[in-house]
Design a protein around this ligand. Structure first.
Ligand SMILES: Nc1ncnc2c1ncn2[C@@H]1O[C@H](COP(=O)(O)OP(=O)(O)O)[C@@H](O)[C@H]1O
Ligand SMILES: [Mg+2]
Length: 287
């Protein structure tokens, strides 16, 4: 059986955009697509009420799965699509499903929540909490830009986002822009700080290039540019997202690869990037 890409749907436009993104990605990677809808128990006064078998809401779940599957198959007829209706807490169920998948994909928003929110609870509950890529799709599919953006901190111990970004760029025939932003601690900006920012900038550029070298050798067909800025990484990545098809970031920096906590850069990019975002947590064994 091929590897699976999983997408969560809830009948919203955001989820449909996620399903189309996932179908496209599955086609490019030769994966199967599994579309999942989770029906949440109705909990009132601390008690969960099961829906009866003839509750129209049950049929609704089946219907929205069929609709998403039809739209996915229509856009990519070369992908094997299956659907699954599960019962429980959406984030918990999707986390469990993600374990075996090549990637899990959701919309930035769904049906519920407060109108002004930029990111729903499902994306936030998955990104950084499951191993491998979590893709959060924002907005409807737009014109193809032909560019993937990846955020890199060359001082991190591992670079799962760079692996995924090269795979995506290669599969799409897209350019890859690797972005690194650095800055001096603000408390040292005053007089008396002995290091020249221009010299640091050159050293950072060389460091980024050195870290990327194994990937450049492995993927000679991918056109890579290295953008090293002095400034804030969230701002640099979100600005680059305006001209990208996908922004890829790691879930968390150095030394905490086993902890299921989202780093501040990934958190910021998930909220403010204007294109789909992949947050990639390294796959480590649980021992
Ligand atoms: N019940 C569900 N089953 C499967 N996927 C879901 C479900 N609810 C939400 N999702 C996924 O999560 C995305 C974001 O939804 P959510 O976090 O619930 O945002 P909101 O608060 O706007 O409803 C949806 O676009 C969809 O991809
Ligand atoms: Mg919701």
């Amino acid at each position: 059986m091929s590897e699976q890409i999983i997408v969560g749907v809830d009948g919203s436009r955001g989820a449909l955009a996620a399903a189309l993104w996932a179908a496209d990605d599955a086609a490019r990677r030769g994966c199967d697509l599994q579309i999942v809808y989770v029906e949440e128990p109705l909990v009132y006064g601390g008690r969960a009420y099961e829906r009866s078998a003839d509750d129209p809401a049950r049929k609704q779940g089946e219907r929205l799965l069929q609709e998403a599957a039809a739209r996915a198959a229509e856009s990519r007829s070369d992908v094997h699509v299956s659907t699954e209706l599960l019962y429980g807490d959406t984030t918990e169920i999707l986390r469990a499903q993600a374990g075996e998948a090549a990637a899990i994909v959701v919309g930035s928003r769904g049906l519920g929540g407060f109108a002004g929110l930029l990111l729903g609870s499902v994306g936030l509950g998955l990104a950084g909490h499951v191993m491998g890529p979590v893709v959060v799709v924002r907005g409807a599919p737009t014109m193809v830009q032909g560019e993937i953006v990846a955020g890199l901190n060359p001082d991190d111990a591992v670079h799962p986002a760079i692996d995924y970004a090269f795979e995506e760029a290669q599969a799409r025939g897209a350019r890859l822009r690797v972005v690194h932003a650095w800055d001096l601690p603000s408390s040292r900006l005053g007089a008396g700080f002995g290091l020249d920012p221009d010299i640091i900038a050159q050293a950072q550029q060389a460091h980024v290039h050195g870290v990327l070298e194994p990937w450049l050798k492995r993927h000679p067909g991918v056109a890579v540019s290295e953008s090293v800025y002095r400034g804030n990484p969230i701002a640099a990545l979100c600005e680059a997202s305006a001209r990208a098809d996908l922004v890829v970031v790691g879930s968390r920096g150095r030394g905490v690869i086993r902890s299921a906590v989202l780093g501040s850069v990934s958190h910021g990019v998930l909220h403010y990037a204007t294109c789909p975002v992949a947050v990639v947590r390294p796959r480590v064994r649980a021992d």
